[in-house]
Design a protein around this ligand. Structure first.
Ligand code: SF4
Ligand code: SF4
Length: 420
């Protein structure tokens, strides 16, 4: 199998196809700390794409409660167990080289899902499993079910940074990661799955698919889903008419997907990042908000990078959750990311205001400095807050967002009966 470079793992790895990278990559950042689990994103996707016969169980976007929830049930624990079986005790990171060129989070020393399959004889492209019917039955199983109990330190109960929270849970928002090395694509014996060269969105060619369900089996995130009425598989299409600006609503300019655009918690930001054609890494572009959050501030981390698909969904980890659990889920950058989020730099605080400020995809931001507002002590250190202004621009350079860190207050005149 060819070797490809996986920048999230800090090394090359085996993959079925030689490297071929899109010009730009669809990517997103979710701030877990702000999610309400209102499922508005889930329903926006459902009512747009999966409301037809045979799609009843399809939730291309879902929000599950961790640590117990999952759709399909146990999807991540099962894949982690398969990797552990293939490489007992070896699924570890060497984070000493983190931050050096080529080893952004350090180096992953274990086996990816592709390498684990090779170790098992190479009959399959990636280790995986086909979920049983009952595992698809309850999309929000264990909603709001907490882990840990008071007075039981060491059993994920001690509370991480907020000691009063001796029990914990958090919401994990999930959709297809439009991976750079998609396992679904590698798994397909019909070559029916492809990655678009213009934006990296991964699609299933419905005319080629024969419903063998190899993509369902080998996607570690379990995001392709089989439709019994048509006998072919389907998956998230990244709302590509919006992303490419061909949907009439977009007026010709790239717009965020439905699930991103509706989020009342303002936790979601989606974008397109430029990709280096040689390495597949992101091109240096610190004025792109996604690039800034992932590569400059390092506040957002990939979901289970050790799977090896180089997913393009990034998460600001929840600060109240035990670090060992988060490190298994997001890799070795967790502590740094949480420190950044708890006491954000001036620039980061300004960029965080851009979440859900517009439906247009923001390609560039600019910050105009404002006055100091106050000093606060965080973790024993003085942190200063400034009322800076952040401005976002779309692909054509139009201003589409303009926000200050301190929200302005408007007082309604006492003109109407209900104006108190
Ligand atoms: S719409 Fe936003 S806040 Fe609501 S569940 Fe989805 S991601 Fe969370
Ligand atoms: S998340 Fe799964 S379905 Fe989506 S691109 Fe990656 S491997 Fe394919």
């Amino acid at each position: 199998m060819p070797d490809v470079f996986n920048w999230q793992l800090g090394r090359t790895m085996s993959y079925r196809f030689p490297a071929a990278y899109p010009k730009r990559q669809f990517a997103f950042v979710f701030n877990i700390n702000r999610c309400l689990a209102c499922q508005t994103c889930t329903m926006a996707c459902k009512s747009t794409w999966t409301f037809s016969e045979g799609q009843e169980y399809m939730w291309w976007n879902n929000v599950e409660t961790k640590p117990y929830g999952g759709y399909p049930q146990g999807w991540d624990v099962k894949t982690l167990s398969l990797l552990e079986q293939a490489n007992p005790g070896g699924q570890v990171w060497d984070a000493r080289s983190a931050g050096r060129p080529g080893t952004f989070y350090g180096t992953f020393k274990g086996k990816t899902i592709f390498e684990a399959a090779q170790a098992r004889g190479g009959q399959e492209q990636a280790v995986g499993y086909l979920p049983a019917d009952d595992e698809w039955r309850s999309p929000n199983i264990y909603e709001d079910t907490a882990r840990g109990r008071r007075g039981a330190p060491g059993v994920y109960g001690a509370g991480a940074s907020l000691p009063e929270h001796s029990t914990w849970f958090f919401y994990l928002q999930r959709l297809c990661n439009h991976c750079s090395y998609p396992a679904c694509l590698a798994a397909c014996p019909r070559n029916a799955i492809y990655k678009r060269p213009e934006d990296g969105i991964v699609l299933i060619d419905q005319a080629r698919c024969r419903g063998y369900r190899k993509c369902v089996e080998q996607c570690p995130y379990k995001k392709p889903m089989y439709r019994a009425t048509t006998r072919i598989s389907e998956k998230c299409i990244g709302c590509y008419p919006r992303v490419e600006g061909t949907d009439p609503l977009t007026e010709g300019l790239p717009m965020e997907t439905r699930c991103m655009a509706v989020c009342p918690g303002k936790i979601r930001m989606q974008g397109l990042v430029e990709v280096d054609p040689k390495t597949g890494d992101w091109k240096h572009d610190p004025e792109n908000p996604l690039y800034y959050l992932v590569k400059e501030a390092r506040v957002a981390l990939p979901l289970y990078p050790q799977f090896g698909t180089q997913p393009n969904g990034y998460y600001i980890p929840p600060r109240w959750v035990p670090r060992e659990y988060l490190e298994q889920m997001f890799g070795p950058g967790v502590q740094h990311a949480i420190e950044q989020y708890q006491a954000p730099s001036r620039e980061l605080l300004a960029v965080l205001q851009l979440f859900r400020a517009t439906q247009r995809i923001i390609f560039k931001f600019e910050i105009r400095k404002g006055p100091k507002v106050r000093d606060v002590v965080i973790g024993g250190r003085t942190w200063s807050m400034y009322d800076d202004t952040v401005i976002g621009y779309d692909s054509a350079g139009n201003e589409v967002a303009h926000l200050s860190v301190v929200e302005p207050m408007y007082v309604r005149p006492k003109k109407y009966l209900n104006s108190i």
